[in-house]
Each structure stands twice: as C-alpha cells, then as structure tokens.
Design a protein around this ligand. Structure first.
Ligand SMILES: [Zn+2]
Ligand SMILES: [Zn+2]
Ligand SMILES: [Zn+2]
Length: 271
C-alpha cells in the first residue's frame, strides 16, 4: 500500500499538472519513479519517450497506438512480484483518482442500480445529471418475481410502464402504478424508450439462460422459490449473429489496431 501511495504521488507531479502534455507527463513520471519508487519502472518509461520534433503529429495517438503497448510489453518482461501484488490496490487507487476528473466520459461509471429491474445507471460517477438513468432490462435478470408467484418478471420497467403494471412493495402493503415510478424513486428519471436495441443482448440472455437464472436465484436466495418466466416474449430470442455483429461494430472502432482488439477479447475471456 505504501508503494501504491508512492506511484500515485508520482502521478501528481506538478510540472505535468501545469503543462498537461504526454511528453511532460512521461518525463516527470520517469524522474519521479526513479527517485522514489524503482529504477526498473523508470527504465520501462524511458522506452516510451516521445521526441520533441514529433510535436507536429498527434501525440496522443502516437502514445496510445505505439508507446503504451511498448510500455506494457516491457513491464510484462520484468519480474516484479511486488508490482503484481499491489495491482488490485493500484487499480482501486486509479479508479478513485479518475472519479474526480472534469470530463465525465473519462470517469468510472455511476454504480446506482434501478431499484425495480437492477439495470445499472449509465451516467458517470458523481454525474452532473440530476437523476440516475438507465436502459431498463427484464426485471427477472435481477431476480424480481410477479407478486405471489415464483415466475421471474420478463418485462423491463419501460414495458411495465407501457402496459400499466403495478409494483407491489413491502409484501403487498403498498401497490404503486408504474406511472408513479419517478415519485416512488425520486432519484431516478422516468423510464423512456431511448436506444431500444441496446437492451436486446440482455433480452437474449434472459431468453437463453432461464434455467441457469432460476437455479442461480434458488441457490442464492434462501427461503424464496424462483421459477421460469411464464410469458416469455419470443421476440427476446434475437439473432445471435446479429447481436454479435452489432457489438463488434460498436466496440471495434474504439481500438487502434487488431492487436489491441485481440488483447481486449483475450482479457474478456479471463473473467
Ligand atoms: Zn475524455
Ligand atoms: Zn428499471
Ligand atoms: Zn447515476
């Protein structure tokens, strides 16, 4: 933890905060790592030095496309058991640090979940938007059942709103129409029909993995009984190849080259 603190302090180098360019950042980081942490780490950073005459080019692009992968390769080649041990702490520290950057796109995501369907808020952590919002999912994915039944709820909050479903709270003591969703949950925006296609993957998972979901909730929520959805919409059985293609088209452009993309896919497979 002390080492994490040290690396973090290196990232707070004044020169870099005053003049935030990749070049200044790297130079400062190299100097600080060498002085306060570990010469090996500093050497790794030396390899990603960006030359002054490269200024005319897009330095950020240069950095992310070429230098950063180089740095990662160098870091991997080193035997740094201490570094590996502190990685979880370091990741936590970086997330913490990133939580307060002004650009909301760069922050970790808000962690609030819709109280009615469990879908996670799509805004940034500490967002400027007054209320949480999400693309609501089939509520059964979060283990919600129809009142006095064991069947998982196949509808999303938006569908519940559109079909005038009422939510039952406190074991039947209160019944609230979904049209009062934003009164019941004042921290949340009313469900709206934006990006309908974004929820198709969740619908497909709900359709395809009913048995697994039922087993999952039965195993984890003692004293409750869960069963499969009774009115599963066949529309949830989306075409897998189409979903896959859409996901690919959304994500692939965010990666600078095939190598980075392959690395990402491999990382996903480790979860
Ligand atoms: Zn940004
Ligand atoms: Zn919801
Ligand atoms: Zn939120």
């Amino acid at each position: 933890a002390a080492l994490v603190q040290k690396v973090q302090n290196c990232l707070k180098e004044e020169a870099w905060i005053k003049n935030p360019s990749v070049e200044v950042f790297l130079a400062a980081l190299r100097r600080r790592l060498d002085a306060c942490v570990d010469g090996k780490l500093a050497n790794a950073v030396t390899n990603i030095h960006v030359k002054r005459e490269d200024k005319s080019r897009n330095l950020d692009r240069e950095f992310y496309e070429k230098k950063l992968p180089e740095l990662c390769k160098n870091l991997q080649r080193m035997t740094m058991p201490v570094f590996n041990q502190m990685l979880p702490d370091l990741i936590k520290a970086v997330m913490q640090e990133m939580s307060s950057v002004p650009d909301e796109n760069c922050r970790p995501r808000c962690e609030a979940r819709c109280p009615a369907c469990g879908s996670i808020c799509y805004h940034a952590k500490g967002h400027s938007a007054a209320k949480h919002n999400t693309i609501h999912q089939p509520a059964g994915l979060a283990g919600h059942k129809w009142f006095r039944k064991i069947a998982l709820v196949e509808r999303s909050c938006l569908q519940c709103l559109e079909t005038a479903v009422r939510m039952v709270r406190e074991d039947g003591a209160r019944v609230i129409p979904f049209s009062e969703f934003d009164k019941e949950y004042p921290e949340w925006d009313m469900p709206t029909s934006n990006e309908a296609s974004a929820i198709q993957m969740r619908e497909w998972i709900f359709f395809r993995y009913q048995r697994e979901l039922v087993d999952y909730f039965n195993a984890r929520r003692a004293g409750q009984k869960f069963g499969p959805a009774e009115n599963m919409p066949t529309a949830y059985n989306h075409d897998r190849a189409q979903l896959q293609a859409r996901l690919h088209n959304t994500l692939r452009p965010k990666f600078p080259n095939e190598d980075a993309w392959t690395q990402f896919i491999q990382l996903l497979k480790t979860f």
